[in-house]
Write a protein that binds this ligand. Structure first.
Ligand code: CTP
Length: 450
């Protein structure tokens, strides 16, 4: 994995050193590019020592140097071709503005324009600068163009103010880079059944009742799951898309065919994601011959089976079931009602507004709804949204709380050992409530670890 870390001028620049280390720990070879402002905060020598490579600081440094390995100052082009992911951390308001408007006046900004690799930015700035409409508009533009924005966190800022603007943690940024490179294998061992596209219900040999679903969201989910190590079964209605590589694809046309395929294959699935836009009604009579125009016509329709509800009824223990909801009004209210009615573990609700977002479009925004939470997933390309959905799905796999017994006494050492054991088993055992359980056999203590 070849990653270029761009460092722009903010106090969080020192954290870029931790990011370099985190990426190296994952096996990445890292180059560092610094803006002039970044060099006011941290010396290039720090990054040169960490990476073992010259730090790229200017378009002109080696222009006439005999030692330069690249000719005639076109190093930004060779770097653009070398890199597999460009991540800018910290990304200042200035660098975001330059990226958004195509200003290319130093190494980092020319590299950004010249590379075809995925680009990630981890903004860090004062809360007012972050909230300023200019910054938010620039971010929106960048997101639309496929740049992955790793949102800053809230807290005390270097300027003394409180609020949003703290750069995301280096580990989280490294994780996002791995994800962008398709090197995250956190779905290894999962068998993911994805449904995609719309279904068609025939009226006669040439006509059908269908919908505008393009299948893009479902295909993005299938592709993301494959790249994160899952075995994927894709049940797809008719679409114009090429199926992603390494998926088992089952092509269907009608809601009933989709139902059969899903019921047959859900037996082996560990995770079912129902992104398909399934027809709710089908014509009661299907004509063998092309229907002739004979004046006004009334169609009699019968409801189709609700596949998602049936999947929930047939679920095996441990199987996760995620539905989608396309809503034109009262998005959250309707989404919540579907979550309850259908009994899925989560529903991904998206508003169908018809203004180039959602159905048929390349980008979408959604809310990941569970009984306890409503996570907003802002407008982004569907492939990025697919990854964000899997991030949230994986949180459902983590135990929310677990009991750890640690014996009779109130022995602090035993308690600490129990918490440590829980953490090393993968549970974030940071806080623990102690519960005293009295029984005839004596009293025992348990920890509830969140
Ligand atoms: N769904 C399904 N079978 C159907 C209809 C929908 O499995 N016959 C699934 C979809 O794949 C989606 C979820 O149910 O995951 C919600 O689909 P949506 O069309 O938003 O809702 P409906 O259940 O059809 O309800 P309504 O159209 O009344 O909003």
């Amino acid at each position: 994995m070849r990653v270029t870390v761009g460092v722009s001028g903010g106090i969080a620049a020192y954290k870029a050193a931790e990011l370099v280390r985190a990426l190296q720990k994952q096996g990445a070879e890292v180059h560092v590019v610094m803006t002039a402002a970044a060099q006011k905060f941290i010396q290039p020598l720090t990054f040169a020592s960490l990476t073992g490579h010259q730090v790229l600081t200017s378009l002109w440094d080696d222009y006439w140097s005999a030692e330069t390995t690249d000719q005639n100052g076109i190093q930004h082009i060779s770097e653009a071709q070398w890199t597999e992911a460009l991540v800018v951390a910290p990304a200042t308001a200035n660098i975001l503005a330059k990226f958004a408007h195509g200003i290319a006046d130093d190494f980092l900004t020319t590299l950004y324009l010249a590379t075809r690799a995925p680009v990630l930015v981890a903004p860090a700035m004062n809360v007012n600068m972050w909230e300023h409409a200019a910054t938010q508009d620039n971010l929106e533009l960048l997101r639309e163009r496929g740049v992955r924005v790793i949102d800053p966190g809230a807290g005390a800022l270097a300027c003394g103010m409180m609020g949003l603007g703290r750069m995301a943690e280096p580990e989280a940024i490294a994780d996002a880079v791995l994800s962008a490179l398709g090197r995250r294998h956190d779905l290894a061992g999962e068998i993911v059944l994805v449904t995609a596209g719309g279904t068609r219900e025939a009226l006669d040999p040439v006509r059908f009742i269908g919908n505008r679903s393009s299948g893009k969201m479902g295909y993005a989910l299938a592709e993301a799951a494959v790249s994160r190590g899952a075995r994927v079964i894709l049940v797809s209605g008719p679409t114009a898309l090429h199926p992603p590589a390494h998926c088992e694809v089952i092509k269907v046309t009608t809601a009933d065919q989709m139902r059969h395929a899903v019921i047959e294959h859900m037996v082996e699935a560990t995770l079912v994601i129902k992104a398909a836009a399934v027809a709710d009604y089908r014509p009661v009579h299907v004509s063998d011959q092309k229907l002739k125009r004979t004046g006004p016509m009334t169609l009699e329709l019968a409801p189709t089976e609700d596949i998602l509800a049936e999947v929930v009824r047939r679920r095996r223990p441990g199987q996760l079931i995620i539905g989608f909801a396309a809503e034109t009004q009262d998005k959250l209210e309707n989404g919540r009602a579907k979550l309850l009615n259908k009994g899925a573990d989560a529903i991904v609700v998206n508003a169908v507004t018809g203004d180039g977002v959602g159905i048929e479009a390349d980008s979408n925004a959604a809310t990941f709804l569970t009984l306890q939470t409503a996570i907003e997933l802002p407008l982004m390309p569907k492939r990025s949204l697919a990854d964000r959905i899997f991030d949230e799905v994986l949180t459902l796999r983590r135990p929310k709380a677990l009991l750890v017994e640690f014996g009779e006494s109130g022995d602090e050492k035993a308690k600490q050992d129990a918490v440590l054991k829980a953490s090393s088993a993968g549970d974030a055992a940071t806080e623990a409530d102690e519960v005293l359980i009295s029984s005839a056999a004596g009293s025992r203590r348990q920890l509830i670890v969140e």
